[in-house]
Design a protein around this ligand. Structure first.
Ligand SMILES: Nc1ncnc2c1ncn2[C@@H]1O[C@H](COP(=O)(O)OP(=O)(O)OP(=O)(O)O)[C@@H](O)[C@H]1O
Length: 322
C-alpha cells in the first residue's frame, strides 16, 4: 500500500514528493540539534543535505526515517505519515558503517535485504549479481573482515540497495572512500535516479552536491539556510566577467563598474544587471581591444558562502575528499 489514497492537491503532492518535512525540530536536552527544518524532495531526483559537521544533517535524516521522533513538526515519506510504514521501500546507509566481520559478503548483502523484506534466496542471488557488477565477484564467499575499508563500504552500499528501494538515504556516503570509489558511488547514485529511485544524501563536501544534485538544502546550526534547485542557489549571485584588454584606457572604461578589481589590463567584475550585450557593445564601440573575455556563472561554493556565510564555508573546507 502506497499511502496515495484520495485525490486533489494534497494527494498529488504525496504522489510527486518522496519526502516532505514541515518544521522539524529536535531537542536533545538543552541542545536544539534541528531547528525548524522544512524541505521537499521530488520523486526521482537526487537531493543533497549540505552543511558542516554538527549542522543537524544526521538528526534530520534520522527523523525522516522514523529512527527518532521529532520534538515537533511533521514529515510524509513516500506518501506515509509514519516513515516506518515506508521502511520496506527505503534503503539507508547510516553514518556509522558496520557489518558483521565474520559474515560472507553475499550473506551480508542478503541479510540487509531480508531486514527490508526481501527473501534470503533472492537476496543471495541479487548479491552475487551486484558483487560481480561492482568488481567484487571473487569476494562473494569471503568474510567481510578480509576486505579493505573501501570494499567493505561498497558491500554495505550494495546491501542498502539490494531490495531495490524507491527511496535511498545515504548519510555522508563519500566519507572514507578513495577517489575511484567516490566516482563509482556517484555513478551508482546517478544510475539509481535514472531507474526512478529518489536519492537523498548528506555531505559536507560541496563538490559532490554540485556534481550530483538537482536540489539541495543548505543546513547551518540546525536551520535551513536555503532549500531549492542548485541552479537557483547559484543564481543568487551575479555571473563574473573576466576581461583582458589590449588598451589600458579609453571611452570603454565607463562600461566597467566602479570598484572593479584590476591588475594591469585584467579586469574582474560582476556582470551588470543589463546583461552581456550592452557591456560587449560598450567595450567594442569604446575601443577596449578585447583580448580575452569570460563570463562565468558562480559555482555552488560561492553561492554557499553567500547563503551560509564564511564561517560555515570554512567549516566545510576543513575536510576535503580523499
Ligand atoms: N543523541 C544525541 N544526544 C545529544 N546531542 C546530540 C545527539 N545527536 C546529535 N546531537 C547534537 O546535535 C547536533 C547536530 O548533530 P548531527 O549529528 O545531526 O549533525 P551533522 O550535521 O550530521 O554532523 P556530523 O556529520 O558531524 O554528524 C550536534 O551538536 C550534536 O552534538
Amino acid at each position: 500500500m502506497d499511502g496515495l489514497s484520495g485525490q486533489g492537491p494534497a494527494a498529488a503532492d504525496r504522489a510527486d514528493t518522496a519526502i516532505r518535512a514541515i518544521g522539524l525540530i529536535k531537542d536533545f536536552g538543552d541542545t536544539r540539534a534541528v531547528d525548524g527544518v522544512s524541505l521537499a524532495v521530488p520523486r526521482g531526483t537526487i537531493y543533497g543535505l549540505l552543511g558542516p559537521n554538527g549542522a543537524g544533517k544526521t538528526t534530520t535524516l534520522r527523523m525522516l526515517l522514523g529512527i527518532i521522533d521529532p520534538s515537533s513538526g511533521s514529515r510524509v515519506v513516500l506518501g506515509h505519515d509514519r516513515p516506518i510504514d515506508a521502511a520496506p521501500q527505503i534503503g539507508y546507509l547510516p553514518e556509522e558503517r558496520g557489518l558483521y566481520p565474520a559474515m560472507h559478503c553475499r550473506e551480508a548483502i542478503a541479510f540487509m535485504g531480508a531486514l527490508r523484506g526481501l527473501s534470503l534466496p533472492e537476496g543471495r542471488r541479487r548479491a552475487d549479481a551486484l558483487l560481480a557488477e561492482h568488481g567484487l565477484g571473487e569476494w562473494a564467499r569471503k568474510p567481510i573482515r578480509t576486505l579493505s575499508k573501501g570494499m567493505a563500504q561498497t558491500v554495505q552500499l550494495l546491501g542498502t540497495i539490494v531490495h531495490q528501494p524507491r527511496l535511498i538515504v545515504l548519510d555522508e556516503p563519500f566519507s572514507g572512500l578513495d577517489a575511484i570509489n567516490q566516482a563509482r558511488l556517484e555513478e551508482m547514485i546517478r544510475t539509481k535516479a535514472r531507474e526512478g529511485a529518489t536519492v537523498i544524501f548528506s555531505t559536507h563536501v560541496i563538490a559532490h552536491a554540485e556534481r550530483l544534485c538537482e536540489r539541495i538544502a543548505i543546513i547551518a546550526k540546525g536551520k535551513v539556510a536555503f532549500e531549492g534547485a542548485v541552479d537557483d542557489a547559484r543564481a543568487k549571485l551575479r555571473p563574473i566577467v573576466r576581461l583582458r584588454t589590449r588598451n589600458a584606457d579609453g571611452p570603454w572604461r565607463s562600461a566597467i563598474p566602479a570598484g572593479t578589481r584590476t591588475s594591469g589590463r585584467d579586469w574582474e567584475f560582476e556582470l551588470p544587471e543589463s546583461g552581456p550585450e550592452p557591456l560587449l557593445r560598450a567595450l567594442i564601440d569604446g575601443g577596449a581591444g578585447i583580448e580575452t573575455l569570460a563570463i562565468e556563472r558562480p559555482g555552488l561554493h560561492d553561492a554557499f558562502v553567500a547563503i551560509a556565510g564564511d564561517a560555515a564555508a570554512a567549516a566545510m573546507k576543513q575536510e576535503v575528499p580523499q
